[in-house]
Design a protein around this ligand. Structure first.
Ligand code: FAD
Ligand code: UDP
Length: 365
């Protein structure tokens, strides 16, 4: 069989492109996936107790990109979930991102926006040039809150302290001067009503898409014929690590099912303290599922395992540039997604990149 396109990886990037090429251009697509399921990091499933859980930690779709939201909404309805995160710090459970309520709970006195600004002005460390993920935080809120919320959490998650990571890592979490308790302020957010995996199944349902699970790209690269390759796996692996390995941080997950209806007060509770885990997710908050039991998931940073996060340091960025230069030399081979582009992309950004690549292919042929 000759395919118009071989797509490596059935996560967001791979599924969106398979859908577009098949349904938009009538192309025959071979979609290969190394693991035994579709959905990549966003894969969810029903566990042995009948509870919907997300295999690789909490995933909430959120975006301010209307075309992306409209596109994804063709394959799913949304459950209306709004993500809220609590953090267990200094024996208190407080709202994250840090807002006025957080300050009040921590310091035991009322805060207006002006009082919060004055409070930070006294503590803020003046930094002329923001160079790392620590600078971002201490220049806004000072050393004490940095240590309480960011230092340990980041070390546990990344295996690195914030001063060794790029500013964009901690810039993802805003500091709020109001009482907004949402984790994301994007206008569109939620979890697919019947789960991410059923949504991906609908996305790639076309008879023009052949899906092969448990299949590594290398096992088909020479045996199948295809006119174009779209690769969504780790970019350094594609080039056989010629210039050395690009570090990807991994995570470990420990699931527990408890005989109670509710375990915690929010979908995610972060633990920036001495615990060895970084956060606990209780999926029922996210999925809105009604069930007498509840499944929770402890999450730990891990050096080895499935690649989850590109590690944003200057040395890694430079190494990645070398791989990207190689990638640019290839004809009809495209690299898209979080692992292939080595960027800290949210799901909506991956969809945006995939749709942009589709447009490029559609117009350039
Ligand atoms: P992936 O999902 O990693 O898919 C790539 C696929 O390629 C994988 O399935 C892999 O098995 C396969 N593959 C790799 N190499 C090969 C090969 N050689 N042959 C065959 N197959 C191969 N984003 C949000 O917007 N909201 C969130 O709440 C959110 N929460 C997150 C929580 C965690 C713990 C993590 C790690 C990420 C989170 N993200 C979230 C980010 C989100 O997971 C990613 O943006 C998105 O899933 C990336 O999609 P992708 O297709 O680029 O990559
Ligand atoms: N972070 C932290 N403490 C927290 C939450 C986040 O130190 O309680 C830091 C950490 O370095 C993390 C970054 O802020 O990698 C971005 O957080 P976000 O929640 O966006 O990470 P995600 O889980 O979405 O990758």
């Amino acid at each position: 069989m000759v395919y118009d396109c071989l797509i490596v990886g059935a996560g967001w990037a791979g599924c969106v492109l398979a859908e577009r090429l098949a349904n938009g251009l009538g192309q025959k697509v071979l979609l290969v996936e190394r693991s035994n399921h579709i959905g990549g990091n966003a894969h969810d499933f029903v566990d042995a107790h009948g509870l919907v859980v997300q295999k690789y930690g909490p995933h909430i779709f959120h975006t301010r990109l209307r075309p992306v939201w409209d596109y994804v909404s063709r394959f799913t309805d949304w459950n209306g979930y709004v993500h809220r995160v609590l953090a267990q710090v200094a024996d208190r459970v407080v709202c994250l991102p840090i807002n006025l309520d957080t300050l009040e709970r921590l310091y035991g006195r009322p805060f207006t926006a002006e009082q919060a600004r004055a409070f930070y002005a006294e503590r803020r460390v003046p930094i002329e040039k923001i160079e790392n993920a620590r600078d971002v935080v201490v220049s806004q809120i000072g050393q004490e809150l940095y240590e309480l919320f960011y230092e340990n959490y980041t070390k546990k998650l990344w295996g690195l302290y914030p001063h060794d990571l790029a500013p964009q890592v901690t810039r993802r979490v805003p500091i709020r001067f109001d009482r907004d308790t949402r984790y994301f302020d994007d206008p569109c957010q939620g979890v697919p009503k019947d789960g991410f995996t059923p949504m991906f199944e609908r996305m790639i349902a076309s008879p023009d898409i052949t899906v092969r699970l448990g299949t590594d790209y290398r096992s088909v690269a020479t045996s199948e014929r295809f006119g174009r390759l779209i690769y969504t796996g780790p970019i350094d692996e594609y080039f056989d690590y010629t210039y050395g390995r690009l570090p990807y941080r991994s995570l470990a997950f420990r699931f527990e099912t408890l005989d109670v209806e509710r375990f915690q007060d929010a979908g995610v509770v972060n633990y920036p303290g001495e615990q060895d885990y970084i956060r606990i997710t209780e999926f029922k908050h996210l999925t809105l599922q009604k069930h007498p039991k509840t499944t929770i998931c402890y999450e730990y940073g891990a050096a080895e395992g499935r690649p989850c996060y590109p590690v944003l340091t200057e040395a890694n960025r430079q190494l990645c540039e070398r791989y990207k230069a190689r990638a640019d030399e290839l004809e009809r081979v495209h690299f898209v997604g979080r692992l292939a582009q080595y960027e800290y992309l949210n799901m909506d950004q991956v969809v945006e990149r995939a749709l942009a690549l589709y447009e490029e292919i559609r117009t350039d042929g």
